[in-house]
Design a protein around this ligand. Structure first.
Ligand code: C2E
Ligand code: MG
Ligand code: MG
Length: 555
């Protein structure tokens, strides 16, 4: 008993001169007054205590066996596991339906050894049924009993009106929660949400307003002074570890908006915190990002891109820049067609700005199809001129593989513009290939049969580059020098580069190194046996007219 006195939040103090039996009677008196049904089990899951509320809530006869049996029968009929941490369900008795909220806790001693289990049963029926019932239903989430969006909005607005303190709004997202639901079922998904809500109830402080906004998104509005990022992360890790199993670990992403104008609409604050949440790219158990105005600028830009994209395609605002691909002596053999947006108001927009946005919105296939057509048109124009042996490479986004019949698209272009397929090269990124090797291997083979050359773009940027090569028989490997720039260990990177070039040659593939910026780079690449290059050292991507002027007679 002594040791438990120091056991954190469960600490208690008794006068040790009083007999344990008296203490037990006093404690029982307290427990009876709490208005909760309480059931204790020992470590062998034998019921050793139940208060009178538990008996009456469960309509049980006066024995511990009968009350525990009634409780277990109820759980079984609902298909709830005995170890579910918290749940709220209807209990159907003879007279009427009742809504009970149940919590389950392991009880541990000061050495973290289990000493038993406790169930608490709270009767919510009255709140739901009496005069405030309708209001309760409108402002509370049925599953977790927390505030819902409406309730949170109202309560947070009221709190902000009353206080002078600086508040922040936290908005959480469980990464890939949809996938979890698909894999393990809705019931298990709900269990996790209820668990989180329950753990939240245990940890929030009086000043905090919290709720479940929708789906797997929870929000807390709390004073900024109390928020310590390190402690909060630790707490979230503890919470997530409680709902983590062998087959699933929870990744929490939390976006924070610092409230500068307390009269601002709470929904807007939630949107901003969520924007911060969505900016998280890392994959830790708990990642936190604070909202910044830059995020808003990006989100607006993204919206603008998406809303003006269709118009831009129809009005031919997209065009290609060509970046020469050359041999070491500067002789040209090809060019890569790179998309550019000639925006009437904003000028020239680089692909770095719009490609990702279009990919995320599943619209990239529209742009790519258009760019491929521009490249085919260019090859048709060069036919029977001094540039008729210059090849053009075009990019295929990973998403195109799902939205388009790639082989059909390219053969149609060849037929429509009457061009040689050996001049229209198809770049597929390594990451796209590794996402579905079997499908890509088949596609690459079909394209090669139709006369096209297939290039693996950005080779070495993924994690399974070598593994992929045993199944994929491409014509060209494009290695981006960027990977040399990104590493501290130049020597090791160079050794890898050297072997990759040798290996590609041995597998019958050509190698184009792109991103070549200096003479020094060119020289060591030549030493490694590389013969084809693309990079600023030779030329930057340029408008078609400029390219044509520069390479009037290629040889
Ligand atoms: P990518 O296909 O790997 O294209 C090469 C990128 O590297 C180009 O950037 C090019 O300008 C840049 N680059 C070339 N030489 C150098 C150099 O020496 N140093 C450095 N630092 N960079 C160099 P760009 O044009 O901004 O395109 C970026 C990416 O956008 C492309 O990477 C490609 O993934 C994507 N992209 C461009 N056009 C299209 C398109 O029509 N469709 C699709 N799906 N993606 C495209
Ligand atoms: Mg490329
Ligand atoms: Mg590349």
């Amino acid at each position: 008993m002594d040791a438990d006195k120091t056991f954190g939040e469960n600490a208690y103090y008794v006068d040790e001169t009083v007999e344990p039996a008296t203490i037990a009677r006093l404690l029982n008196f307290g427990v009876q007054q709490m208005g909760l049904g309480i059931i204790f089990l020992d470590v062998n899951r034998k019921c050793v205590y139940a208060n009178r509320h538990a008996f009456s809530l469960l309509h049980a006869e006066f024995s511990l066996e009968s009350v525990y049996k009634a409780f277990k029968d109820w759980m079984n009929s609902l298909g709830i596991e005995q170890s579910s941490a918290a749940w709220t369900r209807l209990f159907e008795s003879q007279e009427r339906e009742r809504l009970y909220r149940v919590r389950y806790r392991y009880l541990l001693d000061s050495n973290n050894k289990p000493i038993g289990y406790m169930y608490t049963i709270q009767n919510l029926s009255d709140i739901v049924e009496n005069g405030t019932g309708e209001q309760y239903r409108l402002t509370h989430d049925e599953l977790t009993t927390l505030y819902n969006r409406e309730g949170f909005k109202e309560a947070a607005q009221n709190r902000l009106r009353e206080t002078d303190k600086r508040y922040i709004l936290l908005y959480s997202n469980i990464k890939d929660f949809k996938l979890f639901n698909q894999l393990f079922g809705l019931e298990k998904g709900n269990d996790i949400l209820i668990n989180i809500a329950d753990l939240m109830i245990q940890h929030v402080k009086e000043d905090d307003i919290y709720g479940r906004i929708n789906g797997d998104h929870f929000a807390i509005c709390m004073p900024k002074e109390r928020f310590v990022e390190k402690d909060f992360k630790k707490l979230v890790r503890e919470v997530t570890s409680k709902v983590t199993s062998k087959s699933y670990s929870l990744h929490m992403q939390i976006g924070i908006y610092e409230i500068t104008d307390p009269t601002m609409d709470i929904t807007l604050m939630c949107d901003r915190a969520y924007m911060a949440c969505k900016s998280i790219k890392k994959d830790g158990v708990c990642e936190i990002a604070w909202y910044s105005d830059e995020m808003m600028v990006n989100a607006l830009l993204e919206k603008e891109i998406l809303s003006s994209f269709d118009f831009a395609i129809i009005n031919r605002q997209f065009g290609i820049y060509l970046q020469p691909q050359v041999y070491s002596d500067g002789r040209i053999f090809g060019a890569e067609a790179l998309a550019r947006w000639m925006h009437p108001d904003n000028g020239l927009i680089q692909p770095g700005v719009f490609i990702d946005v279009l990919e995320r919105a599943d619209l990239i296939y529209k742009l790519d199809r258009y760019i491929w057509e521009l490249a085919a048109l260019q090859l048709a124009k060069w036919k029977d001129t001094e540039r008729d042996r210059i090849q053009i490479s075009v990019n295929v986004s990973p998403k195109d593989l799902y939205y388009l019949d790639i082989k059909k698209e390219f053969t149609e272009l060849i037929n429509r513009y009457q061009i040689d397929p050996a001049l229209l090269n198809i770049e597929i990124t390594e990451t796209a290939v590794t996402s579905d090797v079997t499908k890509c291997a088949k596609l690459i083979l079909e394209l090669q049969k139709a006369g096209f050359k297939v290039e693996i773009d950005d080779f070495g940027s993924g994690y399974s580059s070598l593994n992929m090569l045993k199944d994929i028989n491409a014509d060209v490997l494009k290695i981006d020098m960027g990977f040399l720039r990104k590493t501290e260990n130049q020597n090791r990177a160079r050794v890898i580069l050297n072997y990759t070039i040798d290996m590609a040659h041995e597998l019958g593939m050509s190698v184009v190194t792109e991103g070549v910026e200096t003479l020094e780079q060119l020289e060591f690449l030549q030493d490694m046996g590389c013969r084809m290059f693309q990079g600023y050292y030779f030329d930057k991507p340029m408008p078609v007219e400029e390219f044509e002027k520069k390479y009037e007679s290629p040889e």
